[in-house]
Design a protein around this ligand. Sequence first.
Ligand code: NAI
Ligand code: AKG
Length: 485
Amino acid sequence: MTIEQTYLNYIDGKWSPSLTGRVTASINPANTNDIVGYVQNSDEADLELAVSAANRAKGAWRKLSGAARGDYLFKAANLLESRIADIGETMMREMGKTLAECKGETARGVAILRYYAGEGMRKIGDVIPSTDNEAMMFTTRVPLGVVGVITPWNFPVAIPMWKMAPALIYGNTVVIKPAIETSITAAKLLACFEEAGLPPGVINMVTGDGAVIGGGIARHPDIQGITFTGSNKVGKQIGQTALSRGAKFQLEMGGKNPLIVAEDANLDLAVEAAISGGLKSTGQKCTATSRILVHASVYETFRTKLVDQVKQLKLGNGNDSATWMGPCANEKQRDTVLSYINKGIEEGASLLCGGGIPADEELKIGYYVQPTVFDGVTSNMTIAQEEIFGPVLALVPFDNLEEAISLANDVEYGLSASIFTQNIRNILAFIADMDAGLVRINAETAGVELQAPFGGMKQSSSHSREQGQAAIEFFTSIKTVFLKA
Ligand SMILES: NC(=O)C1=CN([C@@H]2O[C@H](COP(=O)(O)OP(=O)(O)OC[C@H]3O[C@@H](n4cnc5c(N)ncnc54)[C@H](O)[C@@H]3O)[C@@H](O)[C@H]2O)C=CC1
Ligand SMILES: O=C(O)CCC(=O)C(=O)O
């Protein structure tokens, strides 16, 4: 059904096959008969070439003005904008979310690029009064050098962009290892930078196995900074490896995000937010809602409305405009989600809807899981504690807001959290006491804005922040200058 193309690594300004001679198929999770293309299954020798190229390019790139680097990013943004349809479709075929979501995310990639292109013209330091009145003291910022970017499959454009664009604008060169599942989408992003004329070696891509190429990035002595989004397990390994050799690292990892529905909430809006925040992208967002804490007085009404609407969600291939929810992104993810559902049942939660693979014959060719809602979930259950990364919602009742916030905080994660209420006291208590890097009032837990800092508390991140102007903190070092005639 497709003309399968082979996509290459991008190293030192050239597209090249891996030295291994091996490729891996990128499979459409909505239809496993559809091979999107083949990507390079590289090894450390390929990574070595990419790091050497980035190392050679870094001196000239950092010497350019921020405005000159910004011009390249503006050009890449225009190219990406002109390819939203193609890149959105490629993303949809590689990881399964709906075409509308994929095109929307690609447009978000354009906006991220333009935002950071503009950053090239903004201030990078402060003047600080010296105790010596004949001296001048100020800060400036310098790039780290070569930055390794390790990205997941759930946001194949936005996450690489919000890491690569600030890395580049602040004067670093880049070696990216995208998730193997979405490496063709990544190759199409790299083509935008190539055609924007970025000098050879400034941006490089090596595709392959996580432990080999991602692990190689973490270990490589010529990579000064590593930025990662993905699982806690891998993030922690990368952090430890980077720390042991003194490299800077930034980790964005999991979430177990609560949505609190207070007794005065607008229940229709809260249901809409629970469905959109919990089930869009098949629940595969680190900001996805996974626990819904509902005041006892509105619990039954909320539960009925929620389940009625979840039952109506249409599953299918993201290329069908009637589809609301696509498949899980890969077989392993589908199996993980199913094993969490089974665990929920074993541990005594009641299944209200969903709970398995859909029966529809046409969905048998993909990694689909029914949108699932559990009732009677208590905080000690696995499904209330661990990140599922799938279309599973757990309902938990509460009697007062203090109890709700305490339940909401009773997990190892602290990424995002929402409350639906009209009560200013509730809102203020939630803002003050909720342990999350992103707190949202009368809005769903997912959906971050590119101009604002993003990151989590507790086990959700390495306590750094990405996006907006916060990105400068990771991608540069401060140099304090004391100047006297
Ligand atoms: N925070 C988020 O947005 C994401 C969270 N996850 C969580 O992780 C779970 C597993 O998903 P995976 O795709 O397997 O995540 P993962 O953490 O294995 O993969 C993320 C990235 O790290 C790379 N990687 C894998 N092993 C590595 C290693 N040893 N050293 C360096 N890099 C390595 C992968 O190739 C990919 O590029 C999901 O079920 C979900 O809970 C997954 C993707 C995104
Ligand atoms: O909610 C969003 O837009 C961002 C989510 C995210 O960063 C993630 O899932 O990794």
